[in-house]
Write a protein that binds this ligand. Structure first.
Ligand SMILES: Nc1ccc(F)c(C(=O)c2c[nH]c3ncc(Cl)cc23)c1F
Ligand SMILES: [Fe+3]
Length: 292
Protein backbone atom coordinates (compact mmCIF):
# COMPACT_ATOMS: atom_id res chain seq x y z
CA UNK A 1 0.00 0.00 0.00
CA UNK A 2 1.18 3.53 -0.74
CA UNK A 3 2.16 5.15 2.53
CA UNK A 4 0.22 8.31 3.47
CA UNK A 5 2.77 11.12 3.87
CA UNK A 6 2.94 12.66 7.37
CA UNK A 7 2.23 16.22 6.20
CA UNK A 8 0.23 17.73 3.34
CA UNK A 9 2.47 19.37 0.76
CA UNK A 10 1.87 22.54 -1.27
CA UNK A 11 0.62 22.00 -4.81
CA UNK A 12 0.64 25.59 -6.05
CA UNK A 13 1.29 29.13 -4.88
CA UNK A 14 -0.66 31.91 -6.56
CA UNK A 15 -0.16 35.66 -6.03
CA UNK A 16 -3.34 37.76 -5.75
CA UNK A 17 -2.93 41.19 -7.31
CA UNK A 18 -5.18 44.09 -6.31
CA UNK A 19 -8.37 44.62 -8.36
CA UNK A 20 -11.53 46.70 -8.03
CA UNK A 21 -14.75 45.18 -6.73
CA UNK A 22 -18.10 46.42 -5.45
CA UNK A 23 -18.30 50.23 -5.58
CA UNK A 24 -14.83 51.73 -5.34
CA UNK A 25 -13.46 48.91 -3.19
CA UNK A 26 -10.06 47.27 -3.65
CA UNK A 27 -9.69 43.51 -3.12
CA UNK A 28 -7.15 40.76 -3.78
CA UNK A 29 -8.99 37.62 -4.93
CA UNK A 30 -7.57 34.33 -3.67
CA UNK A 31 -9.97 31.39 -4.20
CA UNK A 32 -12.34 32.24 -7.04
CA UNK A 33 -9.71 33.75 -9.35
CA UNK A 34 -9.14 31.96 -12.68
CA UNK A 35 -6.13 29.97 -11.39
CA UNK A 36 -7.93 29.04 -8.16
CA UNK A 37 -11.37 27.72 -9.00
CA UNK A 38 -12.86 24.42 -7.79
CA UNK A 39 -11.60 24.40 -4.26
CA UNK A 40 -14.82 22.73 -3.12
CA UNK A 41 -16.44 23.65 -0.70
CA UNK A 42 -14.95 27.15 -1.05
CA UNK A 43 -16.25 29.55 -3.70
CA UNK A 44 -14.29 32.73 -3.03
CA UNK A 45 -11.81 34.33 -0.66
CA UNK A 46 -11.26 38.09 -0.98
CA UNK A 47 -8.77 40.11 1.00
CA UNK A 48 -10.35 43.58 0.98
CA UNK A 49 -8.04 46.50 1.77
CA UNK A 50 -9.36 49.98 0.96
CA UNK A 51 -9.82 53.49 2.21
CA UNK A 52 -13.39 54.00 3.51
CA UNK A 53 -14.74 55.46 0.26
CA UNK A 54 -15.40 52.06 -1.32
CA UNK A 55 -18.03 49.53 -0.27
CA UNK A 56 -20.54 46.83 -1.14
CA UNK A 57 -24.01 48.41 -1.36
CA UNK A 58 -27.34 46.54 -1.55
CA UNK A 59 -26.92 43.06 -3.02
CA UNK A 60 -28.45 39.58 -2.58
CA UNK A 61 -27.09 36.15 -1.70
CA UNK A 62 -28.61 32.63 -1.98
CA UNK A 63 -27.27 29.12 -1.54
CA UNK A 64 -24.06 29.68 0.42
CA UNK A 65 -22.43 31.41 3.41
CA UNK A 66 -20.34 34.58 3.61
CA UNK A 67 -17.77 34.77 6.41
CA UNK A 68 -16.44 38.28 7.04
CA UNK A 69 -13.40 38.56 9.30
CA UNK A 70 -12.08 42.06 10.07
CA UNK A 71 -8.37 42.81 10.46
CA UNK A 72 -8.42 46.63 10.60
CA UNK A 73 -11.17 49.25 10.50
CA UNK A 74 -14.92 48.68 10.79
CA UNK A 75 -17.65 47.53 8.39
CA UNK A 76 -21.31 48.36 8.93
CA UNK A 77 -23.85 45.83 7.66
CA UNK A 78 -27.62 45.96 7.30
CA UNK A 79 -30.01 43.46 5.77
CA UNK A 80 -33.60 43.53 4.46
CA UNK A 81 -34.91 42.14 7.75
CA UNK A 82 -33.47 45.04 9.70
CA UNK A 83 -30.55 43.03 11.08
CA UNK A 84 -27.74 45.56 11.35
CA UNK A 85 -24.46 46.09 13.15
CA UNK A 86 -20.80 46.97 12.92
CA UNK A 87 -17.85 44.59 12.94
CA UNK A 88 -14.40 45.84 13.96
CA UNK A 89 -10.83 44.53 14.20
CA UNK A 90 -10.76 40.80 15.01
CA UNK A 91 -14.55 40.47 14.86
CA UNK A 92 -16.35 37.80 12.84
CA UNK A 93 -19.65 37.68 10.97
CA UNK A 94 -20.63 34.20 9.80
CA UNK A 95 -23.72 34.74 7.62
CA UNK A 96 -25.66 31.74 6.36
CA UNK A 97 -27.61 33.29 3.48
CA UNK A 98 -29.48 30.06 2.78
CA UNK A 99 -32.75 30.78 0.89
CA UNK A 100 -32.02 34.48 0.64
CA UNK A 101 -30.49 37.61 2.11
CA UNK A 102 -30.31 41.11 0.68
CA UNK A 103 -27.85 43.32 2.51
CA UNK A 104 -25.33 46.10 2.32
CA UNK A 105 -21.76 46.03 3.68
CA UNK A 106 -20.22 49.49 3.94
CA UNK A 107 -17.07 50.80 5.64
CA UNK A 108 -17.39 53.13 8.62
CA UNK A 109 -16.38 56.46 7.09
CA UNK A 110 -14.27 57.68 10.02
CA UNK A 111 -11.80 54.82 9.57
CA UNK A 112 -8.58 55.33 7.58
CA UNK A 113 -8.18 51.71 6.39
CA UNK A 114 -10.71 48.92 5.95
CA UNK A 115 -8.87 45.57 5.87
CA UNK A 116 -10.28 42.08 6.21
CA UNK A 117 -11.25 38.83 4.56
CA UNK A 118 -14.52 37.58 3.09
CA UNK A 119 -14.81 33.83 2.47
CA UNK A 120 -17.71 32.30 0.56
CA UNK A 121 -18.51 28.71 1.61
CA UNK A 122 -20.89 26.65 -0.51
CA UNK A 123 -23.85 24.96 1.19
CA UNK A 124 -24.90 21.36 0.54
CA UNK A 125 -28.14 20.84 -1.36
CA UNK A 126 -30.14 20.16 1.79
CA UNK A 127 -29.11 23.52 3.32
CA UNK A 128 -29.16 25.82 0.28
CA UNK A 129 -32.73 26.93 1.02
CA UNK A 130 -32.41 26.98 4.82
CA UNK A 131 -33.55 29.94 6.93
CA UNK A 132 -30.86 32.65 6.98
CA UNK A 133 -28.76 32.69 10.16
CA UNK A 134 -26.08 34.97 11.64
CA UNK A 135 -23.32 33.85 13.97
CA UNK A 136 -21.48 36.97 15.14
CA UNK A 137 -18.47 36.92 17.46
CA UNK A 138 -16.44 39.84 18.83
CA UNK A 139 -12.66 39.42 18.83
CA UNK A 140 -12.71 38.65 22.58
CA UNK A 141 -15.23 35.82 22.09
CA UNK A 142 -13.04 33.91 19.61
CA UNK A 143 -10.91 31.30 21.40
CA UNK A 144 -7.14 31.14 20.94
CA UNK A 145 -4.77 28.17 21.05
CA UNK A 146 -1.23 29.00 22.14
CA UNK A 147 0.72 25.75 21.58
CA UNK A 148 3.98 27.56 22.42
CA UNK A 149 5.24 31.08 23.16
CA UNK A 150 5.14 33.19 20.01
CA UNK A 151 2.45 31.11 18.32
CA UNK A 152 -1.17 32.25 18.61
CA UNK A 153 -3.96 30.51 16.67
CA UNK A 154 -7.40 32.17 16.68
CA UNK A 155 -9.92 29.36 16.19
CA UNK A 156 -12.59 31.00 14.04
CA UNK A 157 -14.09 27.64 13.02
CA UNK A 158 -13.11 24.04 13.68
CA UNK A 159 -10.40 23.07 16.17
CA UNK A 160 -6.70 23.56 16.83
CA UNK A 161 -4.58 22.08 19.65
CA UNK A 162 -7.70 21.04 21.53
CA UNK A 163 -9.32 24.50 21.31
CA UNK A 164 -12.75 24.37 19.62
CA UNK A 165 -14.78 27.12 17.96
CA UNK A 166 -18.43 27.50 18.90
CA UNK A 167 -19.41 28.34 15.31
CA UNK A 168 -21.87 25.82 13.81
CA UNK A 169 -20.64 24.90 10.36
CA UNK A 170 -23.20 23.23 8.06
CA UNK A 171 -20.32 22.47 5.70
CA UNK A 172 -17.55 21.10 7.97
CA UNK A 173 -14.95 23.89 7.91
CA UNK A 174 -11.73 24.89 9.68
CA UNK A 175 -10.85 28.58 9.70
CA UNK A 176 -7.74 29.46 11.75
CA UNK A 177 -5.90 32.81 12.05
CA UNK A 178 -2.20 32.02 12.70
CA UNK A 179 0.28 34.54 14.08
CA UNK A 180 3.74 33.05 14.44
CA UNK A 181 6.95 34.75 15.55
CA UNK A 182 10.15 33.83 13.68
CA UNK A 183 11.90 30.51 14.27
CA UNK A 184 8.78 28.60 15.31
CA UNK A 185 7.37 25.27 14.10
CA UNK A 186 3.84 23.90 14.57
CA UNK A 187 1.89 20.94 13.22
CA UNK A 188 -1.81 21.55 12.52
CA UNK A 189 -4.06 18.49 12.26
CA UNK A 190 -6.49 18.33 9.33
CA UNK A 191 -9.08 15.62 8.54
CA UNK A 192 -7.73 13.43 5.74
CA UNK A 193 -10.69 14.21 3.45
CA UNK A 194 -10.51 18.03 3.78
CA UNK A 195 -9.52 20.35 0.94
CA UNK A 196 -7.42 23.19 2.27
CA UNK A 197 -5.16 26.16 1.67
CA UNK A 198 -3.17 28.86 3.42
CA UNK A 199 -3.60 32.53 2.48
CA UNK A 200 -0.56 34.57 3.56
CA UNK A 201 -1.27 38.03 4.98
CA UNK A 202 2.19 39.06 6.19
CA UNK A 203 5.76 37.76 6.39
CA UNK A 204 6.98 34.32 5.33
CA UNK A 205 6.10 30.76 6.36
CA UNK A 206 7.44 27.39 5.22
CA UNK A 207 4.94 24.58 4.73
CA UNK A 208 5.27 20.79 4.47
CA UNK A 209 8.30 18.52 4.54
CA UNK A 210 9.75 20.41 1.57
CA UNK A 211 9.40 23.75 3.45
CA UNK A 212 7.55 25.45 0.56
CA UNK A 213 7.91 29.23 1.02
CA UNK A 214 4.71 31.23 1.51
CA UNK A 215 4.83 34.99 0.94
CA UNK A 216 2.31 37.78 1.50
CA UNK A 217 -0.82 37.76 -0.68
CA UNK A 218 -0.08 34.25 -1.94
CA UNK A 219 -2.52 31.32 -1.74
CA UNK A 220 -0.83 27.99 -1.06
CA UNK A 221 -3.06 25.02 -1.90
CA UNK A 222 -2.66 21.73 -0.05
CA UNK A 223 -2.11 18.34 -1.65
CA UNK A 224 -5.08 15.94 -1.45
CA UNK A 225 -3.12 12.88 -0.39
CA UNK A 226 -5.00 12.06 2.80
CA UNK A 227 -2.27 13.31 5.12
CA UNK A 228 -3.70 14.34 8.47
CA UNK A 229 -1.27 17.10 9.44
CA UNK A 230 0.27 20.22 7.95
CA UNK A 231 3.76 21.17 9.11
CA UNK A 232 4.24 24.96 9.27
CA UNK A 233 7.48 26.76 10.16
CA UNK A 234 8.80 30.29 10.31
CA UNK A 235 12.48 31.14 9.86
CA UNK A 236 13.84 34.68 9.92
CA UNK A 237 10.49 36.49 9.71
CA UNK A 238 7.23 36.54 11.67
CA UNK A 239 4.21 35.27 9.76
CA UNK A 240 0.47 36.08 9.73
CA UNK A 241 -1.81 33.86 7.66
CA UNK A 242 -5.15 32.10 7.63
CA UNK A 243 -5.46 28.31 7.37
CA UNK A 244 -8.77 27.35 5.76
CA UNK A 245 -9.97 23.80 5.07
CA UNK A 246 -13.27 21.99 4.58
CA UNK A 247 -15.13 18.87 3.52
CA UNK A 248 -15.73 18.91 -0.26
CA UNK A 249 -19.47 18.76 -1.10
CA UNK A 250 -18.99 16.96 -4.44
CA UNK A 251 -22.18 18.50 -5.81
CA UNK A 252 -22.64 20.34 -9.13
CA UNK A 253 -22.06 24.10 -8.82
CA UNK A 254 -24.07 26.56 -10.90
CA UNK A 255 -23.09 30.08 -9.90
CA UNK A 256 -24.42 33.40 -11.19
CA UNK A 257 -22.77 36.14 -9.13
CA UNK A 258 -24.29 36.02 -5.67
CA UNK A 259 -26.52 32.98 -6.39
CA UNK A 260 -24.98 29.51 -6.08
CA UNK A 261 -27.26 26.50 -6.72
CA UNK A 262 -26.95 22.99 -8.20
CA UNK A 263 -28.79 23.33 -11.51
CA UNK A 264 -29.56 25.93 -14.19
CA UNK A 265 -33.27 25.55 -13.39
CA UNK A 266 -32.66 26.42 -9.73
CA UNK A 267 -30.69 29.50 -10.82
CA UNK A 268 -33.51 30.50 -13.20
CA UNK A 269 -36.02 30.09 -10.36
CA UNK A 270 -33.74 32.14 -8.07
CA UNK A 271 -33.76 35.07 -10.50
CA UNK A 272 -37.57 34.84 -10.64
CA UNK A 273 -37.81 34.69 -6.82
CA UNK A 274 -35.53 37.73 -6.52
CA UNK A 275 -37.36 39.64 -9.27
CA UNK A 276 -40.82 38.93 -7.85
CA UNK A 277 -39.74 39.00 -4.16
CA UNK A 278 -40.83 35.50 -3.20
CA UNK A 279 -39.58 32.20 -1.68
CA UNK A 280 -37.28 33.97 0.76
CA UNK A 281 -36.87 37.30 -1.03
CA UNK A 282 -40.26 38.72 0.12
CA UNK A 283 -38.55 41.50 2.07
CA UNK A 284 -36.46 42.51 -0.94
CA UNK A 285 -39.55 44.29 -2.30
CA UNK A 286 -38.81 48.06 -2.21
CA UNK A 287 -36.03 47.55 0.41
CA UNK A 288 -33.13 50.00 0.42
CA UNK A 289 -30.41 50.01 3.04
CA UNK A 290 -30.01 53.12 5.14
CA UNK A 291 -26.20 52.81 5.25
CA UNK A 292 -25.23 52.70 1.55
N1 LIG B 1 -22.29 39.53 -6.01
C1 LIG B 1 -21.23 40.32 -5.65
C2 LIG B 1 -20.50 40.95 -6.64
C3 LIG B 1 -19.45 41.77 -6.27
C4 LIG B 1 -19.11 41.95 -4.93
F1 LIG B 1 -18.09 42.75 -4.58
C5 LIG B 1 -19.84 41.29 -3.93
C6 LIG B 1 -19.47 41.47 -2.50
O1 LIG B 1 -20.35 41.82 -1.71
C7 LIG B 1 -18.10 41.22 -2.04
C8 LIG B 1 -17.10 40.65 -2.78
N2 LIG B 1 -15.98 40.63 -2.02
C9 LIG B 1 -16.24 41.18 -0.81
N3 LIG B 1 -15.41 41.37 0.24
C10 LIG B 1 -15.92 41.96 1.33
C11 LIG B 1 -17.23 42.35 1.42
CL1 LIG B 1 -17.78 43.12 2.87
C12 LIG B 1 -18.10 42.16 0.36
C13 LIG B 1 -17.58 41.57 -0.78
C14 LIG B 1 -20.90 40.49 -4.30
F2 LIG B 1 -21.62 39.86 -3.35
FE1 LIG C 1 -22.61 40.38 0.76
Amino acid sequence: TLLTPPSRSIIKSILSKEQSEGVGAKIRRSIGRPELRNHDPFLMLDEFDSDPTGGFPDHPHRGFETVTYMLEGQVQHEDFAGHKGTIGPGDLQWMTAGRGIVHSEMPVKTETRIHGLQLWINLPKEHKMCEPQYQELRDGQIPRATPQDGVTIKVIAGESYGVKSQVYTRTPTMYLDFRMEKNKAVTQTIPSTFTGFIYMLKGKAYIGDKEFEGKAHHTLTFSEDGAETVKIQTKDEDAHFVFIAGEPLKEPIVQHGPFVMNTDKEIYDTFVDYQYAKNGFERARNWRSTIA
